[in-house]
Design a protein around this ligand. Structure first.
Ligand SMILES: Nc1ncnc2c1ncn2[C@@H]1O[C@H](COP(=O)(O)OP(=O)(O)OP(=O)(O)O)[C@@H](O)[C@H]1O
Ligand SMILES: [Mg+2]
Length: 228
C-alpha cells in the first residue's frame, strides 16, 4: 500500500457501478473515489441518475453491477447488520425530498441519528436543539414538518444529516429551497464538516454558487462521470 493510500484511504469507492430499472440502465460503469477532507460537487441534468447514485451509496438500493465500498467495506443489502451499523454511524444524507418523519417534531427528527447510535434521548434532543439553532431554527424544534416551509424542512434535513458528525455526507440539492442567506449558512455548515472535521462530502447541485465551494466537480452524463 502506498503512503498516500495508507494515510487517507478512500472513504467512498465505486468500481464499475451500474443500476437499471427494468431493462433501462440508468447508471453504467461508474468509478469514483472520495477521501476525507474532499468536497465533491456532482452536476448533471435532470434524470441523469444523481439521486439514484446517492441511494446506491447509502445502501437504500442495490447496484446491478459493480461494487461500492464505504470506509473500505462493501455496502451490502439493507438487512446486513454490520453494513447497516456502519451507515448509521458514518453516513449523513440530506435527501432531495427531505424525508422527514411526519409525526415527529423537528427536534425529534434531528435527534434520530444520535438515538440510533445509542445516545440517550435527553442528550440527543439537547444536541438536536443546538444543531437546529445552527441552521437558524432554534425556536422551531417543537414544530411538525408539515408546519414548516420547504426551506425550513430542508434545514431540518440538513441538521439531521450533520448532528452525528458523519464521516461521509451525501447532500442532494441541499440549497435547492433556500434563500441566498440560508443557502450560505447551509454551505458553510457542510464545508465546516469537511474542512474542520475531516468528513467527505458528495453534493449534488444545479447551483453554481453551491458548486463553487467544491474542490472537484464531476458531471454525470449518459456516458458516465466526467470532470466538469
Ligand atoms: N424506482 C424507479 N423505477 C423506475 N425508474 C426510476 C426509479 N427511480 C428513478 N428512476 C429513473 O431513473 C432516472 C434517474 O433518476 P434520478 O432521480 O436519479 O435523477 P436525478 O439525476 O436525480 O434527477 P433530478 O436532477 O431531476 O433530481 C430517471 O429517468 C428516473 O425516471
Ligand atoms: Mg435527483
Amino acid at each position: 500500500m502506498s503512503d498516500a493510500t495508507e494515510s487517507n484511504p478512500p472513504m467512498l469507492r465505486l468500481q464499475g457501478v451500474g443500476k437499471r430499472y427494468g431493462t433501462r440502465w440508468v447508471l453504467r460503469n461508474l468509478d469514483l473515489e472520495l477521501r476525507r477532507g474532499e468536497l465533491l460537487a456532482l452536476l448533471g441534468e435532470s434524470g441523469a441518475g444523481k439521486s439514484t447514485l446517492l441511494n446506491l451509496i447509502a445502501g437504500l438500493e442495490a447496484p446491478d453491477e459493480g461494487r461500492i465500498e464505504l470506509d473500505g467495506k462493501a455496502v451490502q443489502a439493507l438487512n446486513d447488520d454490520a453494513s447497516a451499523a456502519l451507515r448509521r454511524h458514518a453516513l449523513g444524507f440530506v435527501f432531495q425530498a427531505f424525508h422527514l418523519i411526519p409525526h415527529m417534531s423537528a427536534a425529534r427528527n434531528v435527534a434520530i441519528p444520535l438515538m440510533l447510535n445509542g445516545v440517550s434521548p435527553g442528550q440527543a434532543l439537547a444536541a438536536a436543539g443546538n444543531m437546529l439553532a445552527e441552521v437558524g431554527l432554534g425556536d422551531r424544534g417543537d414544530s411538525l414538518p408539515a408546519q414548516l416551509s420547504g426551506g425550513e424542512q430542508q434545514r431540518v434535513a440538513l441538521a439531521r444529516a450533520l448532528v452525528h458528525a458523519p464521516a461521509l455526507l451525501l447532500a442532494d440539492e441541499p440549497t435547492g429551497n433556500l434563500d441566498p442567506a440560508s443557502a450560505d449558512v447551509a454551505l458553510r455548515l457542510l464545508a465546516t464538516q469537511v474542512r474542520e472535521h475531516g468528513a467527505a462530502l458528495l453534493m449534488v447541485t444545479h447551483s453554481e454558487h453551491a458548486a463553487a465551494i467544491a474542490d472537484r466537480r464531476l458531471r454525470l452524463g449518459s456516458d458516465g462521470l466526467h470532470t466538469a
